[in-house]
Design a protein around this ligand. Sequence first.
Ligand SMILES: NC(=O)c1ccc[n+]([C@@H]2O[C@H](COP(=O)([O-])OP(=O)(O)OC[C@H]3O[C@@H](n4cnc5c(N)ncnc54)[C@H](O)[C@@H]3O)[C@@H](O)[C@H]2O)c1
Length: 354
Amino acid sequence: MQKKIRVGIVGCGGMARSVHIPSYQKLHDVEVVACADINEKAAIEVSKKFGIPHYYTDYHKMFEEIELDAVSICTPNVFHKDPAIEAMKHGAHVLTEKPMAASLEDAKEMYYTSKKYNRILIVGFQTRFSLGINAIKNLVESGSLGEIYYARSRYLRRWGIPPSLTFIKKKFSGGGPLLDIGCYAVDTALHVLGYPRPKNVFAFVFTKFGKNPEYVEKGCWGGRWKINDFDVEDNAFGMIRFEKDLAVSIETNWASFTKEEGLNITLLGTKGGATLKPFEIYRELMGVRTVTTIQGEPPRISIQEMKIFKFIESIKVGKPLYAPAIEGLRDQAILEAFYKSAMKKDAVKVEWDF
Ligand SMILES: NC(=O)c1ccc[n+]([C@@H]2O[C@H](COP(=O)([O-])OP(=O)(O)OC[C@H]3O[C@@H](n4cnc5c(N)ncnc54)[C@H](O)[C@@H]3O)[C@@H](O)[C@H]2O)c1
């Protein structure tokens, strides 16, 4: 009988419980053998609930004592780097939750470690399995939209401030919605456009809701946060100028007075345009401007499960099948440039040569 792939989990919170562990446990040739969390209660709960034989309060000990082929990193953003690097040094392939890290420095260290130890490192962007996003990518690659000169990529929320410290406290999250959900807007734009080389970024961040007592009092997503805990932005906007004739705007927020919500991308090309929501293509047909509505296939599988299954498949085939570390790193370079530009109140160059 073939040996099962042995998986370890670092961080036993929401994502580990709702996505990573249940998805691994659907695979007959995978076993989740150990989990670690600095919060002992969380580690015990998860170990009991999912029948995981070993639990730890220190992931170092887990890596020393348990042989693992693969590790999921489900900790707050600031704590992605250290366990990911430790796991790779101990020989495991790593799937880290998005964004890749809390800073470009951290992402670089993770990327170079994966190269040095020849380990697969994937960033868990389930959006890579969205049928719509991939259809738009195929449209761009087919050339049927002509030369794309502008894209507007956004992840917007009307009232969606996650109240937990994992997200609103910089020492855990590294940043606000720009890192939390803006990372999807950046990743989707770069993925669809084939990772063109950026030149610079001009960006703005705002904190308009998270520190306003009136809004804090209302709470969000079933909880309130303490006003002094909130030390990140809640809105971020900016433009990326590329070396070729292309500009991309990124918009993201956890709270705003708007109608639109969720992830969306709009592309303008010289022969056509497209947008994800509604899923439409705009072209000229027989001399007239037309709108084509795409009938999306209903998803056959959850994109969250898909990211776990494809990570395991990546290990089997020996190469990352989606969102490889280099792409997570390039996304992070853009995100970092956004924060730098916002702080400097001027355009900043994007680091890109990795
Ligand atoms: N892909 C998605 O759809 C999605 C959705 C939500 C969150 N996320 C990402 O998943 C990650 C975790 O988010 P979550 O919602 O599960 O957070 P969470 O707060 O529910 O869980 C995080 C867990 O990590 C533990 N932890 C913190 N520091 C640790 C350390 N050094 N070692 C071990 N454990 C540690 C905490 O005790 C907690 O149990 C974040 O990076 C977040 O951006 C992704």
